[in-house]
Write a protein that binds this ligand. Structure first.
Ligand SMILES: Nc1nc2c(ncn2[C@@H]2O[C@H](COP(=O)(O)OP(=O)(O)OP(=O)(O)O)[C@@H](O)[C@H]2O)c(=O)[nH]1
Ligand SMILES: [Mg+2]
Length: 182
């Protein structure tokens, strides 16, 4: 493991996954959503841009939020030279903030890798379209590790959405651990 590595969860899904990773990793939780930030003791971005709300699915709002909080982010990552981002795509924050954060990190000449996933079919086409556009953009600029989607058809019994995401979290954790233990 690189001693100068930090793992950053972006958006609600990303923060939840990172919260489950081993405590030995330095971590940062970022979101536009005040409740999520309170839960994970993270950094709320875009206070002025979002007001009392979060980006609520809006990629542009999430991009502006990161721009608003650029200095806070730069200061949070200044002592690290390898940045691992964890952001399942589909949300406003996970797409918009990740785009702008990758651009920002590249400007600092630090190394950046993104662990991500596409939304499940049951989440609908709007989320999928946002994710595909964001994915295509991001892979031009950084290493993107696309975590396989948990195969819900493998399970014979009925499974709740929470259980699906718990399984998906485990797939993320395995991939991230594999990378960090190299
Ligand atoms: N692995 C995992 N993925 C999740 C979880 N919750 C949501 N996701 C995935 O993450 C994508 C983005 O959802 P969120 O993280 O809630 O979105 P957000 O980034 O907070 O975006 P906004 O709320 O729109 O600002 C979804 O489309 C899901 O595919 C979770 O608990 N675990
Ligand atoms: Mg959210």
């Amino acid at each position: 493991m690189n001693n100068n590595l930090i793992i950053i969860g972006i958006g609600e899904g990303g923060c939840k996954i990172v919260s489950k990773l081993d405590e030995k990793y330095p971590k940062l939780f970022i979101d536009t959503d005040e409740d999520v930030i309170e839960k994970y003791n993270g950094l709320r971005i875009g206070k002025k841009t979002c007001g009392e709300y979060s980006a609520q699915g809006d990629i542009n709002i999430a991009e502006l939020s990161l721009i608003e909080s650029k200095e806070d982010l730069l200061s949070a990552i200044k002592n690290y030279d390898e940045i691992i981002l964890v952001a399942p795509l589909g949300g406003g924050t996970s797409c918009g903030t990740t785009k702008k954060l990758v651009e920002l990190i590249i400007e600092t000449n630090k190394s950046v890798k993104l662990f991500t996933s596409f939304p499940f079919d049951f989440e609908g086409r709007v989320r999928l379209l946002k994710s595909v556009k964001t994915f295509d953009y991001l892979k031009q600029f950084c290493d993107v590790i696309l975590v396989d989607k948990f195969d819900i058809y493998k399970i014979r019994n009925r499974i709740s959405i929470n259980e699906i995401f718990e399984n998906q979290d485990n797939l993320f954790i395995q991939e991230i651990e594999k990378h960090c233990n190299k």
